[in-house]
Design a protein around this ligand. Sequence first.
Ligand SMILES: Cc1cc2nc3c(=O)[nH]c(=O)nc-3n(C[C@H](O)[C@H](O)[C@H](O)COP(=O)(O)O)c2cc1C
Length: 365
Amino acid sequence: MTAYRWLIRPALFRLGGGNPEAAHEWTLSRLEQLSRHPRLLAALRRWHAPGETASTVFGVRFPSPVGLAAGMDKDGRALRAWPALGFGFTEVGTVTWRPQPGNPRPRLFRLPASEAIVNWMGFNNHGAAALAARLKTLGPLPTPLGISLGKSKLTPLENAVDDYVASLRVLYPHGDYFAINVSSPNTPGLRWLQDRAQFAELIGALRLEARALAGDRPPKPLLVKVAPDLAESAIGGLLQVCQEGGVAGVIATNTTIGRDGIAAAEAGLVSEAGGLSGRPLTLRALQVVRFIHRETGGALPIVGVGGILEVDDALRMLDAGASLLQLYSGMIYRGPGLVRGINRALARRAVGNGPAGVSASGGNS
Ligand SMILES: Cc1cc2nc3c(=O)[nH]c(=O)nc-3n(C[C@H](O)[C@H](O)[C@H](O)COP(=O)(O)O)c2cc1C
């Protein structure tokens, strides 16, 4: 991690005059180029090989439980590069039915002293049909692919269900699981879909569509991504709907609208709008994962995400009941060495515990 921290990260953070979105775009373009070099990819994969960390969760085999969180590669531009950096799965999106530019810039802010990010990107993406076309030409990928679905900004909330269903329909052949994003703070009204009645209608419609698309086979897993800002009673209500509606797992959590945990020197730099991620989210995300695990008796697999910046954060998330993990801010502040470090720690654990090492942390099916 040292080379990343002292050499690569400072250079990335200076790109575009310190513009975080320029650094993001530059990195994604380089990874996109890398994706076209099979030999380099193979060499990197050997270096980052996860070791004995495979597990099966909601019927999908993951070579490592460490995944790339939604939002980093929304349009699936570098899908062969992420596995080469040690990730055991990639979640693309959030994509929406209509292509959309997202919110006006600047919309991405780094808070290095707080090891945090604030974003109000607003689901900038090329749309579900464009992603489907790209995935079709890419062919099979080395690790499972999750696809995160959201509501187009221009679609009125009362038509949200049709919007999600249309995206699911066009993307269904290409994903190994689908994440229903009702928890981004950056699309007006989206979190309203976390209200129990709306949520039940959305889940019911997506489940029905997945069944129809699956034909004779079992439908592909649908997961739900929740906000960290919900009260436990509200999360409990969502979990009931999830369990009644055949949801395969929960992703906890999205970014927070809270502003706790920001270093004093950076407090004045933070706008009211946008979702906060990284270190200030660590504890809350862990609490939500622990609550979901307890509330469901471990029956609903959990993807733990939020403020994983150290190997120990990852281990704590697994001990709290997560079966899989995802990183976003940790990749920005610690780089791919973090993925490697977590994978190595898990491989050591697995050797210590026998082959059930990862599964023993709960929730796997
Ligand atoms: C710039 C940025 C864009 C994001 N976009 C999405 C998104 O499109 N869909 C989504 O479900 N989560 C999105 N997220 C949230 C992350 O997937 C993750 O849940 C959150 O950042 C907490 O994890 P972290 O602390 O490791 O960053 C985004 C996060 C960031 C920082």
